[in-house]
Write a protein that binds this ligand. Structure first.
Ligand code: FMN
Length: 112
């Protein structure tokens, strides 16, 4: 789960990906199944960041769950003060994404 910074991947997350992606082709990140979620205060809820993150994962040969996209816009209205997600639709999408992620992990493992 990531926010969006200036239409892109927050620098700290990008730096973590860059480190985890070395040595190229043999890194800890290489080929690992992935899933992306994002939340931001903007209307499009990290859509631009997610596209850019998908590119970085593609370069690292990481299969990534395609659907559902979890874009939590206006996030300040969808979490309680303790940080729990309170929006029903967003909660359902997160649950479905995690279910699809589990399937992707099992599929990827059976191919190794
Ligand atoms: C440097 C910076 C750039 C941001 N750029 C965007 C952006 O491009 N799109 C967007 O929807 N939200 C943007 N945000 C908002 C964040 O995605 C996120 O919703 C917000 O930072 C969370 O609140 P907090 O900073 O008070 O923790 C930005 C926030 C920061 C700090």
């Amino acid at each position: 789960m990531s926010p969006e910074y200036n239409y892109g991947i927050p620098g700290v997350l990008k730096n973590a990906i860059d480190w985890a992606s070395r040595p190229g082709g043999k890194s800890a990140l290489y080929g690992k199944p992935t899933a992306i979620m994002g939340a931001s205060m903007g209307l499009v809820g990290t859509a631009r960041m997610q596209l850019s993150l998908r590119q970085a994962l593609t370069f690292n040969n990481c299969p990534c769950v395609l659907q559902p996209e979890v874009l939590v816009g206006r996030a300040q209205e969808k979490f309680d003060p303790e940080g729990n997600l309170t929006d029903e639709m967003a909660g359902k999408l997160v649950a479905q994404l995690l279910e699809n992620f589990k399937v992707l992990i099992l599929k990827t493992r059976s191919q190794v």
